[in-house]
Design a protein around this ligand. Structure first.
Ligand code: PEP
Ligand code: MG
Length: 556
């Protein structure tokens, strides 16, 4: 029988495959007593689990090769440490379950390591991973972290953090379903970057049984559990039809009457560039440079490493525009060496430009690397700062760019309501604005973008958000400057028409959304987009705004 669940569709397309859960990081088994006669069997179970985990780590090491192999082999040796195994045996002999004995024995070993100097302390995370794997095997629950699978699957998780997703193999992940997260969460952004369908904010996603076949419709937010053959065929045919229609729409972004709206791509690094070029991006509207900083939790990447990464992106768009955002660390993207650990409200704390102004050397290296990367290239480089609150922030950023000798346009992201309200003042210091509607929604509605329960308030169709977009676009027009959108709002084809009607001058999105937006924009004139925008702003809720814009555009 088909069961249909409904979440929030955040990345178009249909994925059909088996559920694989992202394993939880820490599994603490309950401390319960077992009868003495069960001890021998439990000791046997513990030993089997240890051996299986060690063998699995060795096998994955063989596959990975290189440095990863050394790490995985070291982990396999940790699992088989004779002293640890003896401690597990002792704990079971006095009444522990196998899983609890493993948990406690590793905890004791962990403490020893953590107090034993820097090198060994650095191995604590590896040890925790080994412990979690053995405990997971004993409990018969999924292994922690990204599923180990050779077959393609649909990844189901509570939510996905950038650090988890960096390890994903895009050839194996057919789609995402998450319990938490809203349309602007990292799961949503990553799914669009990978071009896989995704549904977020699905209550009960965690209860979908491992191995169950589901069909994920990333456009409607529907999940079909155990879909019938007819349902699968119907969904696949609809998706193929949509894809064919999209492939027919090419060229630069424009409305039906030729009003140009450059369509740009959001990228996280050189790896995202081929998809952007293939989707016909006219440049990059948001290069999220923080992904370059995720590899090392203790240091910023060297100037040389940055020059290389920036140059690869800049070279891909000769004569095109590339907007690079300087490091946006903090809040949902913390970096150990920059982000204060003890903030009560990280999203309202030191993040984005605030972090960089506290660490001018990091900003200076980044701007110098950008200047070197752009040398001799015919690209239009633009550089912008995240989380600009006021004119003083904009000035501090522009001053830093000038001091680094950067020949580029300097801009400010509008992500904080104060920046939209005083956009003209900010534009006295910088040459363009780019609306980060994800954070702008978060701060306008006081709704954490990582919390699924408040996803209603992160809906970029909220009329209050549209008002702030309009204010920013009007300010830019009055100053003769440009105002793009690079938040996820730009990737919704209908909303892209409304944003155009509000006066936005370019739209930037994950590459996979570009054909959808291009095809929809080409169907309507600028005047129609403007009427749809007025109707949406006159509404009282996101749903009403969407329906009002749809009614105008479909001529109802
Ligand atoms: C935004 O906030 O809309 C944005 C584009 O930045 P990020 O999603 O990386 O915070
Ligand atoms: Mg942001």
């Amino acid at each position: 029988m088909d069961t249909t669940l409904r979440g929030v569709g955040v990345s178009h397309g249909v994925a059909i495959g088996e559920v694989r859960h992202m394993g939880t990081a820490v599994l603490e088994p309950p401390a319960k007593q077992i009868p003495a006669q069960d001890a021998e069997r439990e000791q046997g179970n513990a030993r089997k689990a240890v051996e299986a985990v060690a063998a699995d780590l060795m096998a994955r090491g063989n596959l990975a090769g290189g440095e990863a192999q050394a790490v995985l082999e070291a982990q396999a040796m940790m699992a088989q440490d004779p002293e640890l195994i003896a401690d597990v045996d002792r704990r079971i002999a006095v009444g522990s379950t196998a899983e609890r004995a493993v948990y406690d024995a590793f905890a004791a070993y962990r403490e020893l390591l953590a107090g034993a100097g820097e090198y060994l302390a650095g191995r604590v995370a590896d040890l925790d991973d080994v412990r979690n794997r053995i405990v997971a095997r004993l409990l018969g629950v999924p292994m922690p972290g990204i599923p180990d699978s050779d077959e393609p699957y649909v990844l189901v998780a509570r939510d996905l953090a950038p650090a988890d997703t960096a390890l994903l193999d895009p050839t194996l992940v057919l789609g995402f379903v998450t319990e938490e997260g809203g349309p602007t969460s990292h799961s949503a952004i990553l799914a669009r970057a990978l071009g896989v369908p995704a549904v977020v904010a699905l209550p009960g996603a965690g209860e979908l049984a491992e191995g169950t076949v589901i069909a994920v419709d990333g456009s409607t937010g529907d999940i079909f559990v155990n879909p019938s053959e007819e349902k699968k065929a119907e969904l696949e045919a609809a998706a193929a039809e949509r894809k064919a229609a999209l492939a027919a729409s090419t060229g630069p972004g424009a409305t039906a009457d030729g009003h140009k709206v450059p369509l740009l791509a959001n990228v996280g690094g050189p790896a995202d560039v081929p998809a952007a070029v293939e989707a016909g991006a006219e440049g990059v509207g948001l290069f999220r440079t923080e992904f370059l900083f995720l590899d090392d939790s203790k240091n910023a990447p060297s100037e040389e490493k940055q020059v290389e990464a920036y140059r690869q992106v800049l070279e891909a768009f000769p004569e095109g525009r590339v907007v690079v955002r300087v490091l946006d660390a903090g809040a949902d993207k913390p970096l150990d060496f920059l982000t204060p650990a003890d903030e009560p409200n990280p999203a309202l704390g030191v993040r984005g430009l605030r972090t960089l102004l506290d660490h001018p050397e990091v900003l200076r290296t980044q701007l110098t690397a950008l200047a070197k990367a752009a040398e001799g290239l015919p690209v239009y480089l633009e550089v912008m700062a995240p989380m600009v609150a006021d004119r003083a922030d904009a000035k501090a950023f522009a001053d830093a760019c000038r001091a680094a000798g950067l020949r580029a346009k300097f801009g400010a992201m509008v992500e904080i309501p104060s920046a939209a309200l005083r956009a003209r003042s900010i534009l006295q210091e910088v040459e363009f604005l780019s609306l980060g509607t994800n954070d702008l929604a978060q701060y306008t509605f006081a709704a954490d973008r990582q919390v699924g329960a408040v996803s209603r308030l992160q809906d970029p169709w909220q009329p209050a958000l549209l008002d702030l977009v309009a204010l920013s676009a009007e300010a830019a027009k009055a100053e003769g400057k440009s105002c793009g959108v690079c938040g996820e709002a730009a990737s919704d084809p209908l909303l892209a028409c409304v944003l155009t009607g509000l006066g936005v001058t370019s739209l930037s999105m994950g590459a996979a959304s570009l054909p959808y937006v291009r095809a929809t924009l080409a169907k309507y004139t600028l005047a129609q987009c403007e009427r749809a925008a007025s109707a949406a702003r006159a509404a009282d809720s996101a749903d009403e705004a969407r329906a009002a814009a749809q009614a105008v555009l479909s001529g109802e």
